[in-house]
Write a protein that binds this ligand. Structure first.
Ligand code: SF4
Length: 265
């Protein structure tokens, strides 16, 4: 009987013929087996790219372009400039497992109808420090999920249910499903549950100022110059926290009256 990883690979290979993409990696068949490279390098000549040996691939995926550690291998920050040859199906399966641990198995599980765990059910099972997540309102929970699971941070496709949100589509994310909230999501939910209990601080801003604040946050998010670690939600400049702020500023801007009431004086 075929082992589970190879059964998953065989099922996935049956879905495409010459080439495909798996998260950020372009995979193609050739006379030697399979070739993998970053999808952004798809049009480049192989001799412009660094050829990685199996032992080098493992190190390659650990860090980003700037040398930062990649705790979430499904984050869209895989380095470009390489290619890899897999001369057999087991070699391809191993390479995909190094690039995206557990991803092919999860895709196969979804194909076989393994169900996801909805957010409320998952929160309901929590004890200890994450129990407070049960108090999140639907509105705050949706905001937390939008900021935490944005495709800029994670290319897993959320298939678990969140009140008020539709599941992610493969076009926005990837074929790789997410069956239940991960550790970062739980930490975000815990923080949000505590935040919703705090008194909000009102700040009076003119619409122009609000626009500038929003532009500044967006520029910071796109700059690639944020130092805090991806999973460190205690850091005020954490990208997920900045995305929460971006959504709040956007909401405030949309709600702002465009015509000011005439002054009574
Ligand atoms: S919960 Fe969100 S951030 Fe965590 S793995 Fe799933 S999709 Fe990614």
């Amino acid at each position: 009987m075929m082992n589970e990883p190879l059964a998953a690979l065989t099922a996935w290979l049956a879905q495409w013929s010459d080439q495909t993409e798996f998260v950020e990696v372009a995979v193609s068949r050739n006379s030697d087996g399979f070739e993998l490279r970053h999808r952004l390098d798809a049009g480049r000549n192989a001799n412009e790219l660094r050829h990685l040996e199996p032992s080098e691939l493992r190190d390659w995926v650990q860090t980003t372009e700037t040398g930062a550690f990649r705790p979430n291998k499904l984050a869209p920050n895989l380095r470009t400039g390489w290619h890899f040859s897999a001369r057999s199906q087991p070699a391809l399966e191993e390479a995909l497992r190094i690039l995206y641990p557990g991803a092919l198995a999860d895709w196969f599980a979804e194909q076989r109808g393994i169900p996801a765990t909805g957010m409320r059910e998952y929160f309901g099972r929590q004890t200890g420090m994450y129990r407070v997540a049960q108090q999140l309102t639907d509105e705050f929970a949706a905001r937390a999920v939008r900021a935490n699971c944005a495709p800029e941070s994670c290319r897993r496709r959320r298939i678990w249910e969140v009140p008020g949100l539709t599941p992610d589509s493969p076009a926005q994310t990837s074929l790789v499903p997410c069956f239940e909230p991960c550790g970062t999501m739980m930490e975000m939910a815990r923080r949000m549950a505590k935040s919703q209990q705090a008194l909000p601080i009102s700040v009076r801003l003119l619409p122009d100022e609000l626009e500038s604040a929003l532009a500044a946050v967006r520029q910071l998010l796109q700059s690639g110059s944020i130092d805090s670690r991806e999973g460190d939600l205690a850091a005020p400049d954490n990208p997920r926290r900045l995305r929460l702020l971006e959504a709040s500023l956007q909401g405030a801007l949309e709600a702002a009256p465009t015509v000011r009431p005439p002054s009574s004086g």
